[in-house]
Design a protein around this ligand. Structure first.
Ligand code: KG4
Ligand code: ZN
Length: 336
Protein backbone atom coordinates (compact mmCIF):
# COMPACT_ATOMS: atom_id res chain seq x y z
CA UNK A 1 0.00 0.00 0.00
CA UNK A 2 1.16 3.48 -0.83
CA UNK A 3 1.25 6.05 1.99
CA UNK A 4 1.94 9.67 1.14
CA UNK A 5 3.33 11.57 4.13
CA UNK A 6 3.74 15.35 4.18
CA UNK A 7 6.70 16.45 6.33
CA UNK A 8 6.94 19.96 7.79
CA UNK A 9 10.11 21.39 9.33
CA UNK A 10 10.27 24.84 10.94
CA UNK A 11 12.55 24.43 13.98
CA UNK A 12 15.07 27.16 13.16
CA UNK A 13 15.53 29.40 10.12
CA UNK A 14 14.54 27.09 7.24
CA UNK A 15 10.92 26.59 6.27
CA UNK A 16 10.67 23.22 4.59
CA UNK A 17 8.00 20.83 3.33
CA UNK A 18 8.48 17.42 1.72
CA UNK A 19 6.35 14.60 0.38
CA UNK A 20 7.40 10.99 0.70
CA UNK A 21 5.66 7.96 -0.82
CA UNK A 22 6.46 5.18 1.65
CA UNK A 23 10.25 5.64 1.96
CA UNK A 24 10.78 7.14 -1.52
CA UNK A 25 11.19 10.91 -1.69
CA UNK A 26 8.86 12.79 -4.06
CA UNK A 27 9.72 16.40 -3.19
CA UNK A 28 11.77 18.37 -0.67
CA UNK A 29 11.31 22.15 -0.75
CA UNK A 30 13.42 24.42 1.48
CA UNK A 31 13.03 28.19 1.86
CA UNK A 32 15.99 29.71 3.70
CA UNK A 33 15.82 33.07 5.46
CA UNK A 34 18.36 35.58 4.20
CA UNK A 35 17.22 38.19 6.71
CA UNK A 36 19.37 36.76 9.54
CA UNK A 37 22.61 37.43 7.64
CA UNK A 38 22.37 41.11 8.59
CA UNK A 39 22.38 40.19 12.27
CA UNK A 40 25.18 37.59 12.37
CA UNK A 41 22.85 34.91 13.72
CA UNK A 42 19.23 33.76 13.80
CA UNK A 43 16.82 36.33 15.26
CA UNK A 44 13.95 34.19 16.69
CA UNK A 45 11.20 36.78 16.22
CA UNK A 46 12.15 37.34 12.57
CA UNK A 47 12.40 33.60 11.98
CA UNK A 48 8.82 33.03 13.18
CA UNK A 49 7.50 35.79 10.94
CA UNK A 50 9.36 34.42 7.92
CA UNK A 51 8.01 30.89 8.59
CA UNK A 52 4.51 32.36 8.68
CA UNK A 53 5.08 33.94 5.25
CA UNK A 54 6.79 30.92 3.72
CA UNK A 55 4.80 27.97 4.97
CA UNK A 56 1.83 28.04 2.58
CA UNK A 57 3.87 28.49 -0.64
CA UNK A 58 6.43 25.92 0.51
CA UNK A 59 3.80 23.25 1.28
CA UNK A 60 1.96 24.07 -1.94
CA UNK A 61 5.16 23.70 -3.98
CA UNK A 62 6.04 20.40 -2.25
CA UNK A 63 2.63 18.94 -3.16
CA UNK A 64 2.85 20.19 -6.77
CA UNK A 65 6.39 18.88 -7.22
CA UNK A 66 5.26 15.49 -5.84
CA UNK A 67 2.42 15.63 -8.35
CA UNK A 68 -0.28 14.85 -5.78
CA UNK A 69 -3.18 16.76 -4.26
CA UNK A 70 -3.54 17.27 -0.53
CA UNK A 71 -6.47 14.82 -0.55
CA UNK A 72 -4.04 12.00 -1.37
CA UNK A 73 -2.05 12.53 1.84
CA UNK A 74 -2.16 9.75 4.43
CA UNK A 75 -0.69 11.77 7.33
CA UNK A 76 1.10 15.00 8.25
CA UNK A 77 4.39 14.78 10.14
CA UNK A 78 5.90 17.84 11.78
CA UNK A 79 8.91 18.80 13.92
CA UNK A 80 7.74 19.10 17.50
CA UNK A 81 11.18 20.05 18.87
CA UNK A 82 13.85 20.84 19.83
CA UNK A 83 14.19 24.29 18.28
CA UNK A 84 13.02 27.87 18.56
CA UNK A 85 9.60 27.84 20.16
CA UNK A 86 8.06 30.57 17.99
CA UNK A 87 9.33 28.87 14.84
CA UNK A 88 8.07 25.44 15.97
CA UNK A 89 4.66 26.91 16.72
CA UNK A 90 4.21 27.93 13.08
CA UNK A 91 4.90 24.41 11.74
CA UNK A 92 2.97 22.69 14.54
CA UNK A 93 -0.13 24.87 14.13
CA UNK A 94 -0.05 24.50 10.38
CA UNK A 95 0.27 20.70 10.61
CA UNK A 96 -2.60 20.50 13.10
CA UNK A 97 -4.82 22.63 10.88
CA UNK A 98 -4.04 20.42 7.89
CA UNK A 99 -4.66 17.26 9.89
CA UNK A 100 -8.05 18.52 11.06
CA UNK A 101 -9.02 19.87 7.63
CA UNK A 102 -8.12 16.67 5.80
CA UNK A 103 -9.14 14.35 8.66
CA UNK A 104 -5.82 12.50 8.56
CA UNK A 105 -3.46 11.56 11.41
CA UNK A 106 -0.79 13.85 12.81
CA UNK A 107 2.72 12.55 13.55
CA UNK A 108 5.17 14.36 15.84
CA UNK A 109 8.87 14.06 15.05
CA UNK A 110 11.98 14.82 17.09
CA UNK A 111 14.29 16.99 14.98
CA UNK A 112 17.53 15.27 16.04
CA UNK A 113 16.18 11.79 15.49
CA UNK A 114 15.00 12.95 12.07
CA UNK A 115 18.55 14.01 11.10
CA UNK A 116 19.56 10.37 11.71
CA UNK A 117 16.51 8.95 9.93
CA UNK A 118 17.55 10.87 6.79
CA UNK A 119 19.80 7.86 6.10
CA UNK A 120 16.70 5.81 5.26
CA UNK A 121 15.38 8.13 2.53
CA UNK A 122 15.27 6.24 -0.76
CA UNK A 123 15.47 7.62 -4.29
CA UNK A 124 13.34 6.40 -7.20
CA UNK A 125 15.78 3.64 -8.08
CA UNK A 126 15.86 2.50 -4.42
CA UNK A 127 19.64 2.37 -4.81
CA UNK A 128 20.56 3.98 -1.51
CA UNK A 129 22.44 1.67 0.87
CA UNK A 130 21.03 2.07 4.38
CA UNK A 131 22.87 1.44 7.67
CA UNK A 132 22.52 -1.99 9.30
CA UNK A 133 21.54 -2.21 12.98
CA UNK A 134 23.08 -1.49 15.37
CA UNK A 135 24.89 1.56 14.05
CA UNK A 136 26.48 4.69 15.47
CA UNK A 137 25.58 8.16 14.24
CA UNK A 138 27.57 11.31 14.90
CA UNK A 139 24.87 14.00 14.86
CA UNK A 140 26.50 17.39 14.43
CA UNK A 141 24.37 20.49 13.98
CA UNK A 142 24.20 24.11 15.03
CA UNK A 143 22.66 23.27 18.39
CA UNK A 144 23.75 19.68 19.10
CA UNK A 145 26.70 17.33 18.98
CA UNK A 146 25.95 13.75 19.93
CA UNK A 147 27.01 10.19 19.32
CA UNK A 148 23.86 8.11 19.10
CA UNK A 149 23.57 4.32 19.16
CA UNK A 150 20.66 3.18 16.98
CA UNK A 151 19.31 -0.27 17.67
CA UNK A 152 17.02 -2.61 15.75
CA UNK A 153 13.55 -1.05 15.55
CA UNK A 154 15.07 2.47 15.49
CA UNK A 155 15.51 2.73 19.28
CA UNK A 156 18.06 5.48 19.95
CA UNK A 157 20.45 5.91 22.87
CA UNK A 158 22.70 8.96 23.24
CA UNK A 159 26.11 7.65 24.34
CA UNK A 160 28.07 10.92 24.01
CA UNK A 161 27.16 14.60 23.87
CA UNK A 162 28.73 18.03 24.08
CA UNK A 163 29.00 19.48 27.56
CA UNK A 164 29.07 23.06 26.21
CA UNK A 165 29.05 24.34 22.60
CA UNK A 166 27.96 22.32 19.57
CA UNK A 167 30.29 21.65 16.63
CA UNK A 168 28.23 23.84 14.26
CA UNK A 169 28.13 26.61 16.82
CA UNK A 170 31.95 26.43 17.03
CA UNK A 171 32.22 26.81 13.24
CA UNK A 172 29.79 29.74 13.36
CA UNK A 173 31.53 31.46 16.28
CA UNK A 174 34.99 31.02 14.74
CA UNK A 175 33.63 32.52 11.53
CA UNK A 176 32.14 35.45 13.42
CA UNK A 177 35.49 36.12 15.15
CA UNK A 178 37.07 36.30 11.68
CA UNK A 179 34.35 38.67 10.46
CA UNK A 180 32.75 36.10 8.12
CA UNK A 181 28.97 36.18 7.55
CA UNK A 182 26.45 33.83 9.23
CA UNK A 183 26.20 30.87 8.97
CA UNK A 184 29.96 30.49 9.13
CA UNK A 185 30.25 26.72 8.69
CA UNK A 186 29.84 26.59 4.89
CA UNK A 187 32.09 29.67 4.51
CA UNK A 188 34.90 28.13 6.59
CA UNK A 189 34.53 24.90 4.62
CA UNK A 190 34.94 26.80 1.35
CA UNK A 191 37.90 28.92 2.45
CA UNK A 192 39.61 25.92 4.08
CA UNK A 193 39.90 24.23 0.68
CA UNK A 194 42.87 26.44 -0.21
CA UNK A 195 44.39 26.64 3.27
CA UNK A 196 47.02 24.70 5.22
CA UNK A 197 45.34 22.73 8.04
CA UNK A 198 48.61 22.26 9.95
CA UNK A 199 49.66 25.91 9.93
CA UNK A 200 48.09 26.85 13.30
CA UNK A 201 47.59 24.73 16.37
CA UNK A 202 44.66 25.19 18.73
CA UNK A 203 43.88 23.66 22.12
CA UNK A 204 42.12 20.29 22.06
CA UNK A 205 40.02 19.35 25.07
CA UNK A 206 40.76 16.31 27.19
CA UNK A 207 37.29 15.12 28.13
CA UNK A 208 36.77 11.66 29.53
CA UNK A 209 34.53 9.12 27.82
CA UNK A 210 32.45 9.93 24.78
CA UNK A 211 31.45 13.51 25.62
CA UNK A 212 32.68 16.54 23.69
CA UNK A 213 33.70 20.05 24.65
CA UNK A 214 34.27 22.92 22.23
CA UNK A 215 34.23 26.03 24.42
CA UNK A 216 37.99 25.82 25.15
CA UNK A 217 38.77 25.67 21.44
CA UNK A 218 36.61 28.71 20.77
CA UNK A 219 38.39 30.68 23.53
CA UNK A 220 41.81 29.53 22.35
CA UNK A 221 40.96 30.70 18.81
CA UNK A 222 39.69 34.04 20.10
CA UNK A 223 42.78 34.75 22.26
CA UNK A 224 45.16 33.60 19.54
CA UNK A 225 43.64 36.06 17.07
CA UNK A 226 43.45 38.87 19.62
CA UNK A 227 47.22 38.54 20.26
CA UNK A 228 48.13 38.31 16.57
CA UNK A 229 45.93 41.26 15.66
CA UNK A 230 47.82 43.40 18.18
CA UNK A 231 51.03 42.79 16.19
CA UNK A 232 49.42 42.91 12.76
CA UNK A 233 45.91 44.36 12.20
CA UNK A 234 45.76 42.62 8.79
CA UNK A 235 46.58 39.19 10.26
CA UNK A 236 43.16 37.66 9.58
CA UNK A 237 42.98 39.10 6.10
CA UNK A 238 46.30 37.59 5.02
CA UNK A 239 45.87 34.24 6.76
CA UNK A 240 42.17 33.57 6.33
CA UNK A 241 42.43 30.31 4.37
CA UNK A 242 45.01 28.83 6.76
CA UNK A 243 42.98 29.92 9.79
CA UNK A 244 39.84 28.30 8.35
CA UNK A 245 41.69 25.11 7.42
CA UNK A 246 43.33 24.89 10.86
CA UNK A 247 40.20 25.46 12.95
CA UNK A 248 38.22 23.09 10.73
CA UNK A 249 40.89 20.38 11.04
CA UNK A 250 40.86 20.76 14.85
CA UNK A 251 37.05 20.43 15.08
CA UNK A 252 37.11 17.38 12.79
CA UNK A 253 39.94 15.79 14.75
CA UNK A 254 37.95 16.13 18.00
CA UNK A 255 34.87 14.60 16.35
CA UNK A 256 36.61 11.69 14.63
CA UNK A 257 38.66 10.73 17.73
CA UNK A 258 35.47 10.39 19.80
CA UNK A 259 33.78 8.47 17.05
CA UNK A 260 36.73 6.05 17.01
CA UNK A 261 36.51 5.66 20.77
CA UNK A 262 32.75 5.01 20.51
CA UNK A 263 33.35 2.38 17.84
CA UNK A 264 36.06 0.71 19.96
CA UNK A 265 33.88 0.70 23.08
CA UNK A 266 30.76 -0.65 21.41
CA UNK A 267 32.44 -2.86 18.82
CA UNK A 268 30.21 -1.27 16.18
CA UNK A 269 31.71 -0.41 12.81
CA UNK A 270 28.56 0.76 11.00
CA UNK A 271 29.17 4.50 11.25
CA UNK A 272 26.96 7.36 10.04
CA UNK A 273 27.11 11.14 10.26
CA UNK A 274 24.15 13.51 10.22
CA UNK A 275 23.16 17.15 10.78
CA UNK A 276 24.30 20.43 9.23
CA UNK A 277 28.01 19.91 9.93
CA UNK A 278 27.89 16.57 8.07
CA UNK A 279 27.84 18.77 4.94
CA UNK A 280 31.43 19.70 5.74
CA UNK A 281 33.79 18.42 3.05
CA UNK A 282 36.65 17.94 5.52
CA UNK A 283 34.51 15.81 7.85
CA UNK A 284 33.23 13.74 4.93
CA UNK A 285 36.83 13.22 3.79
CA UNK A 286 38.02 12.33 7.31
CA UNK A 287 35.26 9.74 7.66
CA UNK A 288 36.21 8.21 4.32
CA UNK A 289 39.84 7.97 5.50
CA UNK A 290 38.71 6.38 8.78
CA UNK A 291 36.74 3.85 6.74
CA UNK A 292 39.85 2.91 4.76
CA UNK A 293 42.03 2.64 7.86
CA UNK A 294 39.56 1.01 10.24
CA UNK A 295 37.37 -0.99 7.88
CA UNK A 296 34.18 0.84 8.88
CA UNK A 297 31.04 0.82 6.76
CA UNK A 298 30.28 4.51 6.52
CA UNK A 299 27.07 6.38 5.71
CA UNK A 300 27.31 9.98 4.56
CA UNK A 301 23.97 11.69 3.88
CA UNK A 302 23.19 13.25 0.54
CA UNK A 303 24.09 16.92 0.69
CA UNK A 304 20.43 18.08 0.54
CA UNK A 305 19.61 16.04 3.67
CA UNK A 306 22.46 17.35 5.85
CA UNK A 307 21.17 20.78 6.88
CA UNK A 308 17.57 21.26 8.02
CA UNK A 309 15.02 19.80 5.62
CA UNK A 310 11.53 18.29 5.73
CA UNK A 311 12.44 15.09 3.86
CA UNK A 312 13.96 13.82 7.09
CA UNK A 313 10.75 14.69 8.96
CA UNK A 314 8.69 12.87 6.35
CA UNK A 315 10.79 9.66 6.53
CA UNK A 316 10.78 9.69 10.35
CA UNK A 317 7.00 10.24 10.09
CA UNK A 318 6.62 7.31 7.71
CA UNK A 319 8.20 4.86 10.15
CA UNK A 320 5.92 6.12 12.93
CA UNK A 321 2.97 5.85 10.54
CA UNK A 322 3.75 2.16 10.01
CA UNK A 323 3.68 1.66 13.79
CA UNK A 324 0.47 3.70 14.16
CA UNK A 325 2.22 6.21 16.44
CA UNK A 326 -0.02 9.23 15.98
CA UNK A 327 -0.05 12.48 17.92
CA UNK A 328 -3.01 14.06 19.66
CA UNK A 329 -4.12 17.51 18.56
CA UNK A 330 -3.53 19.11 21.96
CA UNK A 331 0.23 18.60 22.11
CA UNK A 332 2.53 21.60 22.29
CA UNK A 333 5.98 22.02 20.73
CA UNK A 334 9.07 21.87 22.96
CA UNK A 335 12.20 24.02 22.70
CA UNK A 336 14.56 21.51 24.38
O1 KG4 B 1 21.29 20.83 11.19
P1 KG4 B 1 21.36 22.29 10.89
O2 KG4 B 1 20.94 22.77 9.53
O3 KG4 B 1 20.52 23.11 11.92
C1 KG4 B 1 20.42 22.75 13.26
O4 KG4 B 1 19.63 21.83 13.56
O5 KG4 B 1 21.20 23.36 14.03
O6 KG4 B 1 22.86 22.73 11.18
C2 KG4 B 1 23.27 24.05 10.99
C3 KG4 B 1 24.75 24.13 11.32
C4 KG4 B 1 25.29 25.54 11.34
O7 KG4 B 1 26.06 25.71 12.50
C5 KG4 B 1 26.15 25.60 10.08
O8 KG4 B 1 27.24 26.48 10.18
C6 KG4 B 1 26.63 24.17 10.00
O9 KG4 B 1 25.51 23.40 10.35
N1 KG4 B 1 27.07 23.83 8.65
C7 KG4 B 1 28.37 23.55 8.33
C8 KG4 B 1 28.40 23.32 6.94
N2 KG4 B 1 27.13 23.48 6.45
C9 KG4 B 1 26.34 23.77 7.52
N3 KG4 B 1 29.46 23.48 9.11
C10 KG4 B 1 30.62 23.17 8.50
N4 KG4 B 1 30.73 22.97 7.19
C11 KG4 B 1 29.67 23.02 6.36
N5 KG4 B 1 29.80 22.81 5.05
ZN1 ZN C 1 19.00 20.40 12.35
Amino acid sequence: MKAYILGIESSCDDTSAAVICNDVICSNIIAGQEIHRNFGGVVPELASRAHQQNIIPVVDTALKKANITKKQLSAVAFTRGPGLLGSLLVGTSFAKAMGVGLQIPLIEVNHLQAHIMAHFIQNNERSRKVPAFPFLCLTVSGGHTQIVLIEEGYGMKIIGRTIDDAAGETFDKAAKIMGLPYPGGPMIDQLAQCGDPSRFNFARPSIEGLDFSFSGLKTSFLYFLRDRLKEDPAFIEYNKADLCASIQATIIDILIRKLQRASDQTGISEIAIAGGVSANSGLRQALTEARDIRGWNIYIPEFQYTTDNAAMIAIAGYFKYLKGEFASHDLAPYAR
